[in-house]
Design a protein around this ligand. Structure first.
Ligand SMILES: [Zn+2]
Length: 125
């Protein structure tokens, strides 16, 4: 049973919205490197020069750094999913090449592996 076109279209719309959201979030907390487009650098905030302000800057910066990595990874997954739609290979598990369950895709449209493979990978660490 192949995924139907309407479903794929729905996922594509969701992924594009997700991409816009992720890009906006990334822009808020990081600066895009002109040397490496697609590579972002977390912004270092400037609250002031007092000791507690400096400490708060470091905390915010490290939070930004973590968030930036998460957002970048998510954005990469979304891009991959959009590319697979364009290639007509959306919804195929990258490990076992079987179709990914629609429910799983609906919950996470950027999924690139089926639940079984994901479970196996998690168990293997
Ligand atoms: Zn699989």
């Amino acid at each position: 049973m192949a995924l139907d076109k309407a479903f794929i279209k729905e996922m594509e719309t969701g992924l594009k919205e997700e991409k816009i959201k992720l890009t906006a979030q990334l822009a808020e907390i990081s600066t895009n490197s002109s040397r490496n487009p697609g590579e972002n650098t977390a912004s270092f905030p400037n609250f002031g020069d007092a000791e507690d302000e400096n400490a708060a800057e470091v905390t915010t910066f490290s939070n930004n750094l973590t968030l930036e990595r998460t957002l970048e990874t998510n954005l990469r997954d979304v891009d991959k999913a959009l590319a697979s739609i364009a290639a007509g290979k959306y919804g195929i598990c990258k490990y076992c090449h079987k179709e990914i369950d629609e429910k799983r895709l609906r919950a996470r449209p950027a999924s690139s592996s089926c639940i079984d493979c994901k479970k196996k990978l998690t168990l293997e660490g």
